[in-house]
Design a protein around this ligand. Structure first.
Ligand SMILES: [Zn+2]
Length: 304
């Protein structure tokens, strides 16, 4: 898309210099209500919940220090500062341990979606077990929060490989959308659509945002958001917002917890994906996400 094709005046969002000072320079940036909208999501899990043994075992919740209340407070504070109401994809095992925290998230105007009963990847179950976990996880979150739960995101984008078609279970169980299909190699499939769309049967898919520029393909979440250049990220997010692409921002509350320990025994790849760029990430997000109208995925769908 060229500069002349924009539907909204990009210049109001994109001062040409000093992107880190944008929020101070542009009155339009300070107008939280008037910016183009971006759906926003958080994956509510603790700092050690990687999708591999031993971190995804039930015993891990007792083995490692619990930092979820602290990280949740930080994430709720960031949302409040940004004027954001988001969708929090929650784990059943953490919801059982922290029901008051779950209710506090809901009471602050956020929506709850399901991230699984545990943080084990979908394709590591068989399909009947996956369906049962969806059903039980949805019921658990609804019972604890009093809120309808209509969205799902698989741990580590794991509706892929043998589980590629398992989104078909979601509609039958009362879900309205999925947000698990990453249009990237390794964690999904680069042939999948890169903006919100309907799957056969009508279920909505809201894929995570990706940087897709020539040969460069990168996640616009996690380590991608923490280490790539600020200006590049800001332009990519503005393009997605101006196109109303329906690609949700993704944040883990633990990404705001700079005091978390190093993951014991984790691989180099996991240590990079988990820990790179954590220092100052909250302040960076305050500027990177300023000026957008950050809404839950449910709110985005109501206006789709
Ligand atoms: Zn997760």
């Amino acid at each position: 898309m060229g500069e002349g094709d924009r539907l909204l005046p990009a210049v109001a969002l994109r001062p040409p210099r000093a992107p880190h000072r944008m929020a101070e320079r542009s009155p339009a940036i300070r107008s939280q209500a008037g910016g183009p909208r971006l759906p926003m999501s958080l994956d509510w899990e603790d700092w050690f919940q990687l999708c591999c043994p031993p971190y995804d075992a039930p015993e891990a919740l007792d083995r490692y220090a619990c930092r979820l209340p602290l990280a949740t407070d930080l994430a709720l504070g960031l949302c409040a500062e940004l004027g954001a109401t988001a969708t929090w994809f929650c784990l059943g095992d953490q919801a059982r341990r922290h029901p008051d925290l779950l209710r506090r998230i809901a009471a602050q105007g956020h929506r709850l979606g399901l991230h699984g009963l545990t943080h084990r990847r979908a394709f590591e179950m068989d399909r009947p077990a996956f369906r049962a976990a969806l059903r039980d996880g949805k019921a658990l979150l609804e019972d604890l929060s009093g809120q309808p739960v209509v969205g799902y995101r698989a741990p580590e984008w794991s509706l892929r490989g043998p589980a590629e078609a398992w989104w078909e279970e979601l509609g039958e169980l009362g879900f309205a959308y999925d947000s698990s299909r990453a249009p990237l190699a390794l964690m999904g499939d680069p042939r999948w659509p890169r903006r919100a769309h309907r799957l056969p049967g009508g279920l909505w898919e809201l894929p995570p945002p990706v940087l897709w520029s020539g040969p460069v393909r990168s996640p616009l979440w996690g380590w991608g958001l923490r280490v790539l250049p600020f200006g590049l990220l800001r332009r990519a997010l503005e393009d997605l917002a101006l196109a109303d692409a329906g690609t949700p921002l993704v944040l883990h509350p633990w990404e705001l917890d700079e005091g978390q320990p190093a993951l014991p025994g984790a691989s180099l790849g996991h240590r990079f994906a988990h820990g790179a760029g954590l220092r100052g990430h909250g302040d960076r997000l305050r500027e990177l996400w300023a000026g957008f109208r950050l809404v839950s995925l449910e709110t985005w769908l109501e206006g789709a």
